[in-house]
Design a protein around this ligand. Structure first.
Ligand SMILES: Cc1cc2nc3c(=O)[nH]c(=O)nc-3n(C[C@H](O)[C@H](O)[C@H](O)COP(=O)(O)OP(=O)(O)OC[C@H]3O[C@@H](n4cnc5c(N)ncnc54)[C@H](O)[C@@H]3O)c2cc1C
Length: 433
């Protein structure tokens, strides 16, 4: 029997250490530089961050998702899930532990498909947070439907020339390179005719037209770039994974990226639940604590139930990824976690905000940020609706039509079949009467 919900004691010790370390040493960074996780490090930041990262490495918790050949521990996704739910409390934590999105996904692409030179140049600095990367797939006229993508890459001698527009390329303004999806063959379907390229951001012809901000950020000073690729020339080895392989390459990144977001969301939703419970125990109104009001008890119970179901499902999915070592085999469950994630965070953060009254709605508490984050989660890496379609298609693969006009479970036919199956005994019973 392999169904076991216990963490091995040695790793649990590490998790306990990580929990205290994140609360005491890392969360204060969120107060100092909350929105600066992807800004180039200055000397002050390095002086604070380097000893923290060194401590994480000493504890054997650096880049746990990667194998030792890439500087990680090779612990796999389940152990990463248990760690990530701790890191989810703080935007800086994944940077201090060498597993920040979107760089982790892009690092996985380079690890799988990059040349030796590309690996040497990009992998370690990415993990060290000394270099950032961007994934450039969505276009202004098409996000969820890649068949409408038009950004082209055309071969010219030994080079490729990229022309077109991309939208919401996160962190492009600080990235050293972009991973760009482009149409290389218009004669076949987009699923077979698109390829992936590694493009250094200083290549001539790359123009960031806008840095789109999210809610609350200053206009045009955000991190999500609208990019014009105008005759951008890259060498043949910029092509990752071969011509027409864009979706296979993307899956390497997106499968991991989606489940990593889900793991961190557990931590963030737990933080909201913690705050809800603390407030419920601290505040009194009309003769009793909020914790004694049945409505508030309902919020707490619903939140605990939602979070626990989600957590177990994410851990199970991580276990599956480790077992099959192939994201495609776990597609249904990764998509299911992606579908559930925004609702879990939204619902728990919303209830926590409500329990805090007016204070909950202010910029002195983090609830609205969490709720906005839930909205983003329903879109980034693909909208919820599209992932629901994936889940439904995968679920339906396990079924077949009933074969005639009556459902298999139609009771009259089943009752007849049951009588026929036991006819001998039933006749005997009648004979004994
Ligand atoms: C914070 C953030 C960061 C992002 N970072 C990146 C990044 O780094 N790189 C990158 O390439 N992209 C990035 N994206 C873009 C993201 O991948 C797209 O927003 C997403 O794929 C949806 O595309 P769209 O916004 O064009 O919406 P559309 O494709 O226009 O869809 C809009 C809505 O239509 C509905 N819809 C769409 N398709 C279907 C369908 N098949 N069935 C039913 N309903 C449907 C859904 O309600 C959907 O939300 C990011 C997005 C956000 C919000």
């Amino acid at each position: 029997m392999g169904w076991d919900f216990e963490t091995e004691p040695g790793y649990q010790k590490k998790l306990d250490w990580a929990d205290e370390f994140v609360r005491e040493e890392v969360e204060p960074l969120d107060q100092l530089w909350g929105h600066e996780t992807f800004l180039p490090r200055d000397d002050t930041k390095r002086r604070i961050l380097e000893p923290l990262k060194a401590e994480v490495k000493r504890q054997g918790l650096w880049a746990t998702h990667l194998g030792p050949e890439l500087g990680g521990q090779g612990y796999g996704q389940l152990k990463l899930a248990l760690l990530n739910e701790i890191l989810g409390r703080s935007p800086w934590a994944s940077h201090v532990f060498g597993c920040q999105a979107p760089d982790t996904g892009n690092a996985e692409i380079i690890a799988h498909y990059g040349t030796t030179e590309q690996k040497e140049r990009y992998l370690q600095p990415l993990l060290d947070g000394e270099m950032f990367s961007s994934y450039s797939m969505t276009e202004p006229q098409a996000g969820a439907d890649p068949t409408r993508f038009t950004c082209r890459a055309v071969k010219d001698g030994d080079e490729w020339v990229i022309d077109g527009w991309k939208y919401f390329s996160s962190n492009a303004k600080v990235a050293s390179f972009l991973i760009v999806m482009a149409v290389t063959d218009t004669e076949v379907s987009r699923y077979e005719g698109m390829s992936m390229f590694l493009v250094p951001t200083d290549t001539p012809g790359i123009k960031i037209e806008r840095n789109v901000g999210l809610y609350g950020e200053a206009m045009n000073e955000g991190f999500h770039a609208l990019i014009h690729y105008d005759g951008v020339r890259v060498p043949a080895d910029a092509l990752l994974g071969g011509e027409g392989q864009a979706f296979a390459v993307a899956q390497t990144r997106l499968g991991g990226g989606r489940i990593h977001h889900a793991m961190r969301t557990i931590g963030l939703a737990q933080k909201a639940l913690d705050m809800m419970c603390e407030r419920a125990l601290s505040r009194e109104t009309q003769g009793s604590r909020l914790a004694d009001k049945q409505f508030v008890q309902g919020y707490i119970a619903d939140s605990y139930a939602q979070l626990t179901q989600f957590r177990l499902f994410v851990l199970y999915t991580a276990w599956e990824i480790d077992k099959y070592n192939d994201y495609r085999k776990v597609r249904k469950d990764i998509a299911t976690a992606k579908v559930v994630m925004p609702t879990v965070l939204h619902d728990i953060a919303w209830r926590a905000m409500q329990v805090h009254g007016a204070l909950g709605t202010t910029n002195e508490m983090p609830f609205f940020q969490m709720i906005h984050g839930a909205g983003v989660m329903g879109l980034a890496d693909g909208p919820t609706e599209v992932h629901k379609v994936t889940v439904a298609k995968q679920v339906l693969r396990g079924y077949k039509p009933s074969g005639d006009q009556w459902p298999t479970e139609w009771i009259p036919r089943k009752a007849e079949a049951a009588k026929a199956k036991f006819a001998e005994y039933l006749e005997h019973e009648v004979g004994n009467l």
